[in-house]
Design a protein. Structure first.
Ligand SMILES: [Zn+2]
Length: 473
C-alpha cells in the first residue's frame, strides 16, 4: 500500500521545502522533489501509480502532533474525565494529533505495575491513535523506587510527581529528592506539577470559611507566586540530584522565570505550557454565575498579562513543548459538583482536539513563531524529550508515516457544536481560527480525510519509549 502526497510544502523542525512524500506501508519511504516519476510501478510516461495520491497543493505537510499530557477517563474528585480512550483519541486525530502520552496512576498501597497494567487495559482496546504512558507516583518508598527501574524497562521512563493536592497526590521534598536521585541512576525523567500545595490549601480553607465559593476563587487561592516558588524548588532539587527535570503545564511568569534562571545556570530544566495559558485568563474564571467553572484547572488561568511572557518563552526556548493537559468534565453534570464550593469543581479542561490549530493560528498565523518552530513545539521536541524520536515527531525516510496535511487558509469557528471531544462545552466557543488538518494519517492509515473519520478503535499501539538521555532534547 503506497501513498504519494504531492505538491505540498513539507515542514520539519529544521526545514521547509516544496516536496513530495512517499509512504510505503506504515513508514515514510522518501521525501523529495518529483517523486511521482519513480514510484513503484509508474508508467514510463512518469504517470503516478501509487495506490493513493493526495494532492497537497497550497497545503503544509507536517508531522502528526504529539500531545504528551492527556488524562483520558481520569478518576478525579469522585468522577471521571468525560473522554475515554476511544472518544478522546478520535478527537485528537480530528485535530491533527496522532500520538498521546497519557498518565497511568498508581493507587495508594499498590504497585506502579498495577497502575500501568490498569491503564494499558483501558487504552488498548479503545485507542484510535498510538499512545505512550507516564506514571503518576503517589508515594515514595524503597519498593517503589526499585519499581521505577522496572517501569523504565517496560517503556515508561517518565514519572509525574505532585507538589500540590495535599493528602491526595502531594509528595514532600524528601520523597521528590529521593525519586530524582533514583533517576540519576536509571535514566528516568521526573515531571513535576509545581504548585505549593500546603500554602494553597490554607488559602482555600480561609476563602471557604469567608463564604467565597464562586469559581473565580479557585484562581485567587492559587497565586502564581506559589507556582514560582514550587518551580524554583523543583529545579533546585533536580540540580542537587544532578538530573534533568520537566515542569508540566507551566502557567505563569514567575514559574517561567524560575525555569529560565535554572537553564541560564546550566540546569537541564524543561517545561511545557498549554493553549489555555496562552489564550485564556482569570477573566474567564470570573465569568458571571457559575460559568467560570468551565475554566477551572490547576494551575489556574492567570491574569492576561502573563500570556505575552509565555509566548516569549516559546520563542526563546525556555518553554520547549506545548501540550494540553486534556482532562474534560461536562459542565452540566460534573463541573456542577462544585456549585457551592469552588474547591469541589473537578479540575481540568478539554483541549486535545484544538491544540494543533490553536498554536498555528495564534502562533504562526499571528506572527509569533515560524512554521518550523511550530513543528518543533507540537511534535519534534515532545518526541525527543519523551523517547519517541526519530520514529515519531518528524518527517523523514524510515519514520512512522504520521502525517498531517494542513490547510492554513481554512477559516472556521471552534464550538462544542462541532468538536468531537465528549464534553458539553468548548473553552473557545465562538473563536475564529485559521487552519484545518484536512488529512490526518497514522502509520500510513488515513484517520481523517474529506471531513470524515476513518480511524479504528483499538488500532492505536502502545509505544514503549526509550529513556531520557543527554543530547536527546
Ligand atoms: Zn495533568
Amino acid at each position: 500500500m503506497t501513498t504519494l502526497i504531492t505538491n505540498g510544502t513539507v515542514v520539519t523542525a529544521t526545514d521547509m521545502t516544496r516536496a513530495d512524500v512517499l509512504v510505503d506501508g506504515e513508514r515514510i519511504q522518501a521525501i523529495g522533489e518529483g517523486l511521482a516519476g519513480w514510484v513503484k510501478g509508474s508508467g514510463a510516461d512518469g504517470s503516478v501509480s501509487a495506490d493513493t495520491v493526495i494532492d497537497a497543493t497550497g497545503r503544509y505537510v507536517m508531522p502528526g502532533g504529539i500531545d504528551v499530557h492527556t488524562h483520558m477517563e481520569l478518576p478525579f474528585g469522585g468522577t471521571f474525565a468525560s473522554d475515554d480512550f476511544a472518544t478522546g483519541t478520535a478527537a485528537a486525530a480530528w485535530g491533527g494529533t496522532t500520538t498521546i502520552v497519557d498518565f497511568a496512576v498508581q493507587s495508594h498501597g499498590e504497585s506502579l505495575a498495577q497502575g500501568l497494567d490498569a491503564w494499558l487495559e483501558k487504552a488498548g482496546p479503545k485507542s484510535h491513535i498510538d499512545y505512550g504512558l507516564h506514571l503518576i507516583v503517589r508515594e515514595i518508598n524503597d519498593r517503589i523506587l526499585r519499581e521505577m527501574d522496572t517501569m523504565i524497562d517496560r517503556g515508561v521512563p517518565s514519572f509525574k510527581l505532585f507538589m500540590a493536592y495535599p493528602g491526595v497526590f502531594m509528595l514532600d521534598d524528601a520523597s521528590i529528592f529521593r525519586a530524582m536521585s533514583r533517576t540519576a541512576d536509571n535514566g528516568g525523567l521526573i515531571m513535576l506539577h509545581a504548585e505549593n500545595g500546603g500554602a494553597i490549601d490554607v488559602l482555600v480553607q480561609r476563602y471557604l470559611a469567608e463564604g467565597k465559593t464562586a469559581p473565580v476563587n479557585h484562581g485567587l487561592t492559587r497565586p502564581s507566586s506559589m507556582e514560582g516558588e514550587a518551580t524554583h524548588r523543583a529545579i533546585a532539587l533536580a540540580e542537587l540530584a544532578g538530573v534533568p527535570v520537566y515542569i508540566v503545564h507551566l502557567s505563569s511568569r514567575e514559574a517561567l522565570t524560575a525555569v529560565r534562571e535554572g537553564r541560564d545556570r546550566g540546569v537541564p530544566a524543561y517545561a511545557e505550557t498549554c493553549p489555555q495559558y496562552l489564550y485564556l485568563s482569570l477573566d474567564d474564571l470570573a465569568r458571571p454565575g457559575f460559568e467560570g467553572a468551565k475554566f477551572v484547572c490547576s494551575p489556574p488561568l492567570r491574569p492576561a498579562d502573563h500570556q505575552a511572557d509565555l509566548w516569549r518563552g516559546l520563542v526563546t526556548d525556555d518553554l520547549q513543548v506545548v501540550s494540553t493537559d486534556h482532562c474534560p468534565f461536562d459542565y452540566k453534570e460534573q463541573k456542577i459538583l462544585g456549585k457551592d464550593d469552588f474547591s469541589a469543581i473537578p479540575n481540568g479542561l478539554p483541549g486535545v482536539e484544538d491544540r494543533y490549530t490553536l498554536l498555528w493560528d495564534g502562533g504562526v498565523a499571528a506572527g509569533h513563531i515560524s512554521p518550523t518552530r511550530f513543528v518543533e513545539l507540537i511534535a519534534t521536541a515532545p518526541a525527543r524529550m519523551f523517547g519517541l524520536y526519530p520514529r515519531k515527531g518528524t518527517l523523514a525516510p524510515g519514520a512512522d508515516a504520521d502525517i498531517v496535511v494542513f490547510n492554513p487558509d481554512a477559516e472556521r469557528t471552534l464550538s462544542a457544536g462541532t468538536h468531537h471531544m465528549r464534553v458539553d462545552y468548548s473553552c473557545y466557543e465562538g473563536r475564529k481560527v485559521r487552519g484545518l488538518p484536512e488529512v490526518v494519517m497514522q502509520r500510513g492509515n488515513v484517520l481523517v480525510k474529506d471531513g470524515k473519520f476513518h480511524g479504528q478503535q483499538g488500532a492505536g499501539r502502545f509505544l514503549e519509549r526509550s529513556r531520557f538521555g543527554p543530547g536527546t532534547a
